[in-house]
Design a protein around this ligand. Structure first.
Ligand code: C2O
Length: 546
């Protein structure tokens, strides 16, 4: 194993998309940001210098951060933000993970432009468990806003309403020919008969996405830096935060010189969404001119609300569960939680005109077990390390909703949330099960839940209300997929299991940024174990102060 060093200079840079030229936060002047490449077992040191007029932090999405919680990055959870002019070095190891992850800013909505791929190769000499592809291509799916995303979320929080939606979906930052005034298209040049591995990342702020390549079947081989049993699919579903490694076999004698690669949203969102389709080109021979790109026939994609297609797809994921890559699924659990997850409302604060633009004149909020997460003003991990809890957090996050109701039926009378920075303390090595149930209070909606510091096993999922007696008996405890982000199905539930073997404070939140802004988050506080190698080390000397 070696040490890989990178420098991130956070600077403003001028870019033009959809004929809008603006100055955006970038890493090293690039959009999307640089690709990081490591091998499993390596140590990674990323020195960040903040040269923009905003706070910033970086999160290495999906990296387990074993005993390196100080490097995890969510602002006010594991660190105070890096202020303008300040620096911080993220220093961590990649242990037991291989495949594709990514990095992104974890302060407000800055990840709209501050993101890039993190490629984890197997240790030297260790092959993939599938035939080696001829080429590997990181492909980041994103969202482009003509407006400043920071202004968009600030305005939404001020008015209590839903934010404006993005103007385009992008492939490695490029919107492509389906949008007016779009100058550049992502082109993937392929040779007949060769195999390509797409390292897909959904970096969009607020949309789950369908992905397909016209006339080509894809083979899924990995998800969230875990290998999976290979399976074929014509359409993929990728939630924000999720990554997927897929093999694309180029035709031996392609009937056409080029094919469309397309993404479009999957949503039952409460409110508006970016209902556009973005296209990139898979080229056997280069296409000449924008008209040729525009006339590529798009692949057939499901309708934006086709939940059945999503459920079929997500049910196909299985761990390899092989001798070399065993699935260590917890067979029994020490603590079982039921989290009702969804949107709700909060009373309107005083307004110029006395009303808010959320449901029935309230403001939008989101919660788990009716607690809407309040960002603290200092870092939870620092408070925990110094055993200085008073006023910073309360260790009383509820294990179940205050009042159970029919989660997929009529909403309860009072849809107001309560606020707090509540955490669940866990003893070291506790085996945890969490059932995440969509509440459907303001309409059924899918929520891509992301857990920091852990990969969890997805042991069950279904529609309707979770039924402990019957659903638990049907769990897959043999080869469930292991991931860091899973969607709570629309009007349904998902059950996850993990072993709390990583001391620290770990946020679990909806990876739709608007829901995170509305409070759809909680945190696990995992205590140290008794042995020296089970304790959180002291913070690095350059950790930012609040
Ligand atoms: Cu990818 Cu807390 O985030």
């Amino acid at each position: 194993a070696s040490t890989r060093r990178y420098t991130f200079n956070v600077t403003m840079a001028t870019v033009t998309r959809l004929c809008v030229t603006k100055s955006i936060p970038t890493v090293n002047g690039r959009f999307p940001g640089p690709k990081l490449v490591v091998r499993e077992g390596d140590r990674l040191i990323v020195q960040v210098h903040n040269n923009i007029n905003s706070n910033v932090t970086f999160h290495w999405h999906g990296v387990r951060q074993l005993r390196s919680g100080w490097a995890d990055g969510p602002s006010y959870i594991t660190q105070c933000p890096i202020r303008p002019g300040q620096s911080y070095a993220y220093d961590f190891r990649i242990v037991g993970q291989r495949g594709t992850l990514w990095w992104h800013a974890h302060f407000s909505w800055l990840r709209a432009t501050l993101y890039g791929p993190l490629v984890i190769l197997p240790p030297r000499g260790v092959p993939y468990p599938f035939p080696k592809p001829d080429r590997e291509v990181p492909l980041m799916l994103g969202e482009w806003f003509n407006a400043d995303p920071e202004a968009v979320i600030k305005q939404a929080l001020r008015t209590g309403g839903g934010p404006n939606v993005s103007d385009a979906y992008t492939f490695n930052g490029l919107p492509g020919p389906t949008y007016n005034c779009s100058a550049d298209t992502f082109r993937l040049r392929v040779r007949p008969g060769r195999t390509y591995m797409l390292r897909l990342v959904n970096a969009a702020l607020n949309d789950e996405l369908f992905f397909a390549v016209a006339n080509h079947t894809l083979t899924v081989v990995g998800a969230d830096a875990n290998y999976v049993k290979p399976f074929a699919a014509t359409t993929l579903v990728i939630s924000p935060g999720q990554t997927m490694d897929v093999l694309l076999a180029a035709a031996a004698s392609p009937p056409a010189p080029a094919y469309a690669i397309a993404v479009a949203p999957y949503t039952n969102t409460v409110g508006t969404f970016d209902n556009t389709t973005a296209v990139a080109a898979l080229e056997y021979a280069p296409l000449q001119g924008a008209a040729a790109l525009r006339s590529l026939p798009p692949p057939a994609l499901p309708l934006y609300n086709e939940t059945g297609a999503v459920a079929n797809f997500s049910a196909k994921f299985r761990s390899l569960a092989s001798a070399r890559y065993p699935a260590r699924v917890p067979r029994s659990v020490d603590r079982k939680f039921f989290f009702a997850v969804g949107l709700g409302a909060a009373p309107c604060r005083s307004r110029v005109n006395g009303t808010c633009q959320g449901p029935n004149g309230t403001r939008f909020a989101a919660s788990m077990n009716n607690v809407s997460f309040t960002m603290p003003r200092t870092s939870l991990l620092q408070a925990h390390y110094q055993r200085r809890y008073g006023g910073v957090l309360t260790a009383n996050f509820p294990t179940a909703p205050p009042v159970p109701f029919n989660y997929t039926g009529a909403p309860p009378n009072n849809t107001f949330v309560m606020h707090g920075t509540r955490v669940v303390p866990l003893g070291f090595n506790t085996t945890v099960e969490v059932v995440l149930q969509d509440t459907s209070i303001l309409g059924a909606e899918s929520h891509p839940l992301h857990l920091h510091g852990y990969d969890f096993f997805v042991v069950g999922q279904g529609f309707g209300n979770y039924d402990a007696a019957n659903d638990t008996a049907r769990y897959n405890l043999v080869d469930p997929v292991q991931r860091n982000t899973v969607s709570v199905p629309t009007a349904g539930w998902v059950a996850i299991r993990f072993v709390a073997d990583n001391p620290g404070v770990w946020i679990m939140h909806c990876h739709l940024d608007v829901h995170l802004s509305w409070g759809l988050a909680m945190a696990w506080l995992v205590n140290d174990g008794p042995l020296p190698n089970q304790k959180l080390p002291p913070p690095p000397s350059d950790i930012p102060k609040c």
